[in-house]
Design a protein around this ligand. Structure first.
Ligand code: PLP
Length: 426
C-alpha cells in the first residue's frame, strides 16, 4: 500500500470523505487522492515521492508557481514579528492601497478570510445599501458555500449531483433567484417580475466552476445596463478571475466596472484571504461606519497580508507576466483544440486567459445545461491517464485548468503530447 492510500484510509475515519474540501476527494474520477508533501514551481511531490506537473495551482492562487522565493521570504519575515495581533497593522493599509491603486472601480476594500466570506459579505452590503432582499445568481456559478448561494451552484455541488445542499433552510434561499448564464433574456424576465426588489446581480464574469465558460459578447454589458437601470448592485465575483486575467481582473479584461467585486485565491498567494470592495458609497454601509455588520478576528492577518502583498507587487511591477502568461495559455488551449479536431472528435475546449477546460461533449458549452452534457466518465479516464503520466489535473470535469507563469513551453508541450496520446486512442 502506498503512503497516500494509507493516509486516505485513516483520513476517511477522521474527516468527512477524508478531506477538508470535497473536490480534493477524487470521488468523481473514481480514485484516491494523492497526499502532497511539497511543491515548487510547477511541480508537486506526494508523500510517496511521485512528482506531478500541476495544473491546479491550489485552485488559482499559484499564478507565479508554487513556493515562490519572494513570497516565501515575505511570509517568513512577517512570522518573525508575530502571527496575529487582533489590532490594526500597516500591512492592511498597504494591501488596501495596492488593490485600490491598480483597480479603478475599487474605492474601498475590506479584507476577509475566504472567497465564501467575501461574497457573503458583499451581498449583505448590497442588500443594506439598496434596502432590497432579492439577489440574482446564475445557475452553475459558484460563489462559496454560504446558505443563500447554495442554489444551483456548480463545481463541487455539480459533480456530487446535489442540486442544492441539505441543511439550508428554505427561508435562506427564498430570495435567491436563478438566471441562465449567457442568457440576458432570463435576467430581464426576473427584473420584469421583481421590479425594485432585486438588490444585486452576482456573476462570475468568466464562469469557472462549471468548467470554464466565457461570457458571450454583450452579456456582461447587458448585466451592467440592467443593474444601472434598476438601481441594483452589480457584483463581479472575481475570486478566480481577479489578478488572473490581468492586473485589473475581468473588469479590466472586458472593460466593465462592477459596483462591488469579490476577491480570494490569488490575493492571498496561498494563504486564506478574501476581500470585497467597490464603490465608496456602498462600502461605507459596512460597520463600523455603517449599519451592515461584518467582522473577522483574523481578517487582514499580517502573515496573510505579507503573502498577498508580495504576490500582487510582483504582478504589478512586471506587467509582461500577464502578456506572456495569456499568450502561452492561448497557444496551449488552441493547440489542444486542434489536437481534439485531429483526433476526430468534436469535444469542446473553452478558455480565457490562463484558465480553460476540455469538455467531453460535442455541444458548445455556453451555460450550465450544455456543460452538463459532458461525459464525466470520459473525463475520469482522461484524468487518470494524465495522472499516470505525472500530470495533475483537477479531479473533476467541472473545474478549470490553471496555467501559471512558471509553466515553461516544455511543460506545456509535454502536457499537450500526453493529452494528444489520450485523444488519439479514443
Ligand atoms: C473558490 C470560489 C469561491 C469561494 O472561495 P473560498 O475561498 O473557497 O471560500 C467563491 N467564488 C468563486 C468564483 C470561486 O471560484
Amino acid at each position: 500500500m502506498t503512503r497516500s492510500e494509507e493516509l486516505f484510509k485513516k483520513a476517511v475515519t477522521l474527516m468527512p470523505g477524508g478531506v477538508n474540501s470535497p473536490v480534493r476527494a477524487f470521488g468523481s474520477v473514481g480514485s484516491t487522492p494523492r497526499f502532497i508533501e511539497q511543491a515548487d514551481g510547477v511541480y508537486m511531490t506526494d508523500v510517496d515521492g511521485n512528482k506531478y506537473l500541476d495544473f491546479i495551482g491550489s485552485w488559482g492562487p499559484m499564478i507565479l508557481g508554487h513556493n515562490h522565493p519572494a513570497i516565501k521570504e515575505a511570509v517568513i519575515k512577517a512570522c518573525e514579528k508575530g502571527l496575529s495581533f487582533g489590532a490594526a497593522t500597516e500591512k492592511e493599509v498597504e494591501m488596501a492601497e495596492l488593490m485600490t491603486d491598480v483597480i479603478p472601480s475599487l474605492e474601498m476594500v475590506r479584507m476577509v478570510n475566504s472567497g465564501t466570506e467575501a461574497v457573503m459579505s458583499a451581498i449583505r452590503a448590497a442588500r443594506g445599501y439598496t434596502r432590497r432582499d432579492k439577489i440574482v445568481k446564475f445557475t452553475g456559478c459558484y460563489h462559496g458555500h454560504s446558505d443563500a448561494l447554495l442554489v444551483k451552484a456548480g463545481s463541487g455541488v455539480m459533480t456530487a449531483g446535489i442540486p442544492d445542499s441539505a441543511g439550508v433552510p428554505a427561508g435562506c434561499t427564498q430570495d435567491t433567484l436563478s438566471a441562465i448564464y449567457n442568457d440576458l433574456a432570463s435576467v430581464e424576465a426576473l427584473f420584469a417580475e421583481y421590479p425594485k426588489e432585486i438588490a444585486a446581480v452576482i456573476v462570475e464574469p468568466v464562469a469557472a466552476n462549471m468548467g470554464v465558460v466565457p461570457p458571450k459578447k454583450g452579456f456582461l454589458e447587458g448585466l451592467r445596463k440592467f443593474c444601472s437601470e434598476h438601481g441594483s448592485v452589480l457584483i463581479f465575483d472575481e475570486v478566480i478571475t481577479g489578478f488572473r486575467l490581468g492586473l485589473q481582473g475581468a473588469q479590466g479584461y472586458f472593460g466593465i466596472d462592477a459596483d462591488l467585486v469579490t476577491y480570494g485565491k490569488i490575493i492571498g498567494a496561498g494563504m486564506p484571504v478574501g476581500a470585497y470592495g467597490g464603490k465608496r458609497e456602498i462600502m461605507e454601509m459596512v460597520s463600523p461606519v455603517g449599519a451592515v455588520y461584518q467582522a473577522g478576528t483574523l481578517s487582514g492577518n499580517p502573515v496573510a497580508m505579507a503573502a498577498g502583498i508580495a504576490q500582487l507587487t510582483i504582478l504589478k511591477n512586471n506587467p509582461q507576466i500577464y502578456e506572456e502568461l495569456n499568450q502561452k495559455s492561448d497557444t496551449f488551449f488552441e493547440t489542444m483544440k486542434e489536437n481534439v479536431r485531429k483526433s476526430g472528435h468534436a469535444w469542446q475546449v473553452n478558455h480565457v486567459g490562463s484558465i480553460g477546460s476540455l469538455f467531453f461533449t460535442e455541444q458548445q458549452v455556453v451555460d450550465y445545461a450544455s456543460a452538463k452534457t459532458s461525459d464525466t466518465a470520459e473525463y475520469a479516464r482522461y484524468f487518470k491517464y494524465m495522472l499516470d503520466n505525472g500530470i495533475h489535473l483537477a479531479p473533476a470535469q467541472f473545474e478549470a485548468m490553471f496555467v501559471s507563469a512558471a509553466h515553461t513551453e516544455e511543460n506545456l508541450a509535454y502536457a499537450l503530447q500526453k493529452a494528444e496520446n489520450f485523444l488519439m486512442c479514443k
